[in-house]
Design a protein around this ligand. Structure first.
Ligand code: GLU
Length: 457
């Protein structure tokens, strides 16, 4: 059977780097297995789901290099879920409940006061036909719960019922269905909560592996029971640890923090973001991988930590700089042109400045330094100014090339007796206007004789 995975965001906000971890675990696993990747929008929540968010999620994934084999929207598949709900009702496994949220809350509090777990007591199952009819006549509409298979003959006496699975990431797992409330699958207004549509789609689309965050581990016990009730093959499950912000707080799709959109707009390289999203909380070094295929080779489910991992924005800057330093000119040609680097000199310019750029956009600060008519006048002492004037007179004749800097500073050293920083810093300041930057040996040929002479006084 072809390996089929799905990434199933609800389009209620922008994807963040934690969501990307899930997407990439699925994508890289599918690529490695020669499988299919389905992008499924969990958009049954009509209030909060938006088409713009769904479109942005596709844009974000494309930026990273993820191209789904299939895109489905749950809002277009409601008939399938209705049919499944009907089958469960007919089998007596989906039952109507009329409690209001307040009533449920009171029930939970009463249980808590007796030190009992807040598990729903299935009181709605005791309603007679007549009682149900009376409630309906009052205008009350039911929500619908799935009857968990956690009892022998009497649903009011659940007994320990273990669901086991060998988690792709966490190893052997056990959930006791007797510790859980019957899940609500359908709301009062007839809309579906996430659980049933997810299972129906996983079955219908032939999903073989469900890889998602470990906030879903308990759901898996319930879902395995519903898969079985619907006669569907239960997929393999893998639950990865979640990413948190440095302070330990969870990342949220709605807050927009660390969203892929904002990282893209801030000029990060997709592979820096992807490398961090996958390799944080993984054995081995967090390093910038050049492409998704090599990142896929680093993905090892048995090396993923079991506890949550902190996402450190400084780490992203480090990875980004690593990637930028290694980018060849063709990879950045369009961006340099957009920034206004003269095309004839752009390849050399890039080679000279890239080591000083943490983001490709940082080249912008070196454009005026190299190609500008003037640089800021440095604050030099009398002696330094005199040294710069001497240097001006000693600038070698002929073409300025890669060897010029060495020959020139050698001559200035001899004439002035200066060396080291005392020699180089006044020259750097005079030539570039700043006290740091790319190697002057590389900059000189780009700056050219005319601009050099005018900057030297
Ligand atoms: N829409 C669900 C979520 O974002 C999907 C969970 C799942 O992968 O089953 O949490």
């Amino acid at each position: 059977m072809t390996v089929t995975v799905r990434f199933a965001p609800s389009p209620t906000g922008h994807l963040h780097i934690g969501n990307l971890r899930t997407a990439l675990f699925n994508w890289l696993f599918a690529r490695r297995e020669g499988g299919r990747f389905v992008l499924r929008f969990d958009d049954t929540d009509r209030e909060r789901s938006r088409r713009e968010y769904a479109d942005m999620i596709e844009t974000d994934l494309a930026w990273i290099g993820i191209s789904p084999d299939l895109v489905v929207r749950q809002s277009e598949r409601l008939a399938l879920y209705e049919a499944a709900a009907e089958r469960l009702r007919a089998a007596g496994l989906l039952y109507p409940c009329y409690e209001t949220p307040d009533e449920l809350d009171r029930k939970r509090k009463r249980l808590a006061a007796r030190n009992l777990p807040p598990v729903y007591g299935r009181e709605a199952l005791r309603l007679t036909e007549a009682e149900r009819a009376a409630l309906a006549a009052e205008g009350r509409r039911p929500h619908w719960r799935f009857l968990l298979p956690n009892f022998g003959d009497d649903p009011f006496f659940p007994t320990r019922t273990e669901i086991h699975w060998d988690d792709l990431i966490r190893g052997p797992q056990t959930v006791d269905l007797a510790s859980l409330s019957d899940p609500v699958l359908v709301r009062e207004d007839g809309s579906f909560l996430y659980t049933l549509p997810s299972i129906v789609d996983d079955g219908d689309l032939g999903v073989t592996h469900v890889i998602r965050g470990d906030d879903h581990v308990t759901n898996t016990g319930v879902q395995a029971a519903i898969f079985a009730a619907l006669g569907l093959t239960v997929p393999r499950f893998g639950h990865h640890n979640l990413l948190t912000a440095l302070g330990g707080e969870g990342l949220s799709k709605r807050s927009g923090a660390l969203s892929l959109k904002s990282l893209r707009e801030e000029g990060y390289e997709p592979m820096a973001v992807a490398s961090l999203a996958v390799l944080v909380g993984h054995a081995g070094a967090i390093e910038a991988m050049p492409d998704l295929a090599s990142l896929g080779e680093r993905l090892a489910f048995d090396e993923v930590s079991a506890s949550s991992s902190k996402f450190d924005p400084a780490e992203l800057d480090r990875l980004n700089a690593e990637i930028v330093h290694g980018l060849d000119y063709p990879a950045v040609a369009d961006r340099l042109a957009a920034i206004g680097v003269p095309p004839e000199q752009a390849p050399t310019f890039w080679d000279v400045v890239r080591g000083n750029c943490a983001k490709v956009g940082d080249v912008a600060q070196w454009v005026p330094v190299v190609f500008g008519d003037e640089v800021p006048t440095p604050d030099l002492s009398e002696e330094d100014q005199a040294m710069v004037r001497t240097a001006r007179d000693l600038l070698p004749a002929g073409e300025i090339d890669a060897g010029t800097w060495r020959a020139w500073t050698g001559a200035v050293k001899e004439a002035t007796g200066r060396k080291g920083k005392a020699l180089f810093m006044p020259l750097r300041l005079a030539i570039t206007g700043v006290d740091h930057g790319p190697e002057l040996a590389g900059l000189l040929p780009l700056i050219g004789r005319e601009r050099l002479l005018s900057r030297l006084g």
